[in-house]
Design a protein around this ligand. Structure first.
Ligand code: 2IT
Length: 446
């Protein structure tokens, strides 16, 4: 394989799909060396097949807003790769959603799911619907209209969507209600991230953030460090940021920043239970602003228009959106003494930011390893649904912890360098790739 050749072919076929091309390039650059040691992969055209989604479903979603006006959005489901199991991945509602974004997310999901050790293929879906400022009734009508088109393409053994940015427990509930009515199937395993009274798994809401901190703990331990007393800056204040802030605090670190599209909250005293609870309230308000946190808690200050990366910290955890941490942010963090960055959002750092962290020799781990606890716990939710039972929070948390330690091990196995340090980007990409590639090889030319 020649990465430049594969990339120039892809750029010609999919012009302007920048996020997708960025995600593919990162993986191919990481695996090139290993791939070229396996002529059987080259012969089976594994890379050429793996970079294209199995199929893309797009549909129009029409719904009526509270003022009686008809609204139209676009809906998508990108079923990327089914080599190791049924399609699995979240649904994103955000005004910037387009095909490139969902293809990048579906591609990343394929390797992430392979890392979880569970049998799940990769997929992603969503819509350019913007939940900001929408009423509960509008959210419900939109979710119902979205499912009216999606339902025929999903199923507990076919494709199992979950939440992502803009889609939480409430939206999953509305979508499941409509699915059930249309499909006349009552198997709750068709979606994950469900409510606790109807098949949801304990710890799933916390899982992405908790898993990220378990991974970070392993990464620090391997480097002879720990979390106690360390300062952490987190971007975002959604479900993932909340889970990360909760576990970081529990493990003895101090979360000194959270942020939103409007600016950053500087929180020098760290989190308390009230502050963590308030993060959930802020998110539920649907206003997408973090400023009210500083009105509620007098020891915190709000700085408009600034990112979390403007706060001096030991550890940075991007928990919001792709490419939210760029080269200038990376340089600002490095100048402030940051020595560890764990991507919790999918592709949270730009390639230039990652290069800056790697050149500086600080600890850096990519989203597909760090945030895999979310989808891993979705996998555990599917297992519980299939067995018609539910596990205790302790049991799920224990399994999540074990899975994150396995993912860390896999990264070390494939990412250890001659000087003993770990290239986590390489490790995660190669580990995920090897599993999917082997499965594709064994299943023939399909
Ligand atoms: O990016 C992700 O891994 C998710 N949004 C969770 C996907 C899932 O199926 O739980």
């Amino acid at each position: 394989m020649n990465v430049s050749k594969v990339m120039s072919d892809l750029e010609r076929k999919h012009p302007g799909e920048n996020e997708y091309l960025q995600a593919v390039r990162e993986v191919l650059e990481s695996i090139e060396e290993v791939y070229n040691q396996h002529p059987e992969f080259e012969k089976a055209k594994i890379v050429e097949r793996m970079v294209e989604p199995d199929r893309v479903i797009t549909f129009r979603v029409t719904w009526v807003d509270d003022s009686g006006e008809i609204q139209t959005n676009i809906g998508y489901r990108v079923q990327f790769n089914s080599a190791i199991g049924p399609y699995k991945g979240g649904i994103r509602f955000h005004n910037a959603v387009n095909l490139s974004m969902l293809k990048f997310l579906g591609f990343e999901q394929t390797f992430k799911n392979a890392l979880t050790t569970l049998p799940m293929g990769g997929a992603k879906g969503g819509s350019d619907f913007n939940p900001k400022g929408k009423s509960n009734a509008e959210i419900m009508r939109f979710c119902q209209a979205f499912m009216l088109e999606l339902w025929q393409n999903i199923g507990p053994d076919t494709d199992v969507p979950a939440g992502d940015v803009g889609v939480g427990g409430r939206e999953i509930g509305y979508m499941y209600g409509m699915y059930k009515k249309l499909a006349r199937e009552y198997n709750t395993g068709v979606l994950t991230g469900k409510g606790m009274t109807w098949g949801g798994s304990l710890i799933r809401p916390e899982a992405t953030g908790f898993g990220a901190l378990y991974f970070t703990e392993h990464m620090l331990q391997k480097a002879g460090k720990d979390l106690k007393g360390k300062t952490i800056a987190i971007s975002g204040f959604g479900n993932v940021a909340w889970g990360a802030a909760t576990k970081a605090t529990e493990l003895g670190a101090k979360v000194i920043a959270i942020s939103g599209p409007d600016g950053v909250i500087y929180n020098p005293e760290g989190m308390t239970q009230e502050k963590l609870d308030y993060m959930l309230e802020l998110r539920a308000s649907n206003r997408d602003i973090v400023a009210p946190f500083a009105e509620e808690f007098k020891d915190a200050t709000f700085v408009a228009g600034k990112k979390a990366w403007s706060i001096k910290c030991d550890i940075a955890l991007p928990c919001a959106f792709q490419n939210e941490l760029n080269e200038a942010d990376a340089k600002e963090l490095l100048a402030g003494g940051t020595w560890c960055v764990a991507e919790v959002s999918n592709m949270g750092c730009t390639p230039e930011a990652i290069a800056a962290f790697q050149a500086a020799g600080i600890l850096f781990a990519p989203g597909k390893a760090v945030n895999a606890g979310g989808v891993a716990t979705s996998g555990l939710e599917m297992t519980q649904n299939a067995q018609h039972l539910s596990w205790s929070a302790e049991e799920v948390d224990k399994k999540l912890h074990y899975i994150m330690s396995q993912i860390h091990e896999a990264c070390v196995c494939y990412g250890e360098q001659a000087d003993g340090t770990i290239n986590y980007v390489k490790g995660a990409n190669i580990a995920g790739f090897m599993k999917v590639a082997q499965a594709m090889l064994e299943q023939g030319a399909i």
